[in-house]
Design a protein around this ligand. Structure first.
Ligand code: T46
Length: 132
């Protein structure tokens, strides 16, 4: 499985760092939605679903967490712990987010508006969807 991790160029100066993300530039799709999660309960796993159409970029802007990506054939765990690093998650990819540090803030840039119909929340249904 090909893992696409972007390293965003910070605009740093003696005041600190600033990262700017624009659709179709640093981010390879039009950004229709931004959401983020924080205060994550210790030991929980979030996600556990795939999307039919949604593409996303996950950025752990503070703290750290791990992302499991599963395309139905292969599973890869990707650690996220830098605010200028973004993990691209394609559609039809099972994802789980876990091992959140207490201070983790995971921000997500999404290519579509929220649509419950786009979710595949059952793993067997996901395997059927990808033809496995
Ligand atoms: C994904 C991973 C990385 C909304 O009302 N609007 C939204 O845009 C989102 C994302 C969620 N919600 C509501 C739906 C649920 O009642 O917020 C609640 C928690 O959502 P969910 O259980 O889907 O959260 P996660 O962390 O399991 O998954 C989320 C995204 O839903 C999903 O698309 O890829 O983060």
């Amino acid at each position: 499985m090909q893992i696409i991790k972007y390293e965003f160029q910070p605009h740093g100066d003696d005041r600190g760092q600033l990262v700017a993300l624009e659709e179709m530039k640093e981010v390879p799709f039009d950004i229709k939605r931004v959401y983020y999660m924080y205060d994550t309960t210790e030991g929980v796993t979030r996600g556990r679903h795939a999307h039919k159409a949604l593409e996303q970029i996950l950025i752990c802007v503070h703290g750290s967490c791990k992302i499991l990506l599963d395309n139905g054939e292969e599973k890869v765990v990707v650690p996220l712990d830098k605010p200028n690093e973004g993990l691209y998650v394609s559609n039809v990819m099972w994802r789980e987010m876990f091992d959140f540090s207490e201070d983790a803030v995971l921000m997500v840039l999404a290519s579509e508006l929220y649509d419950e119909e786009d979710y595949i929340r059952d793993y067997d249904e996901f395997l059927k969807y990808v033809g496995k």
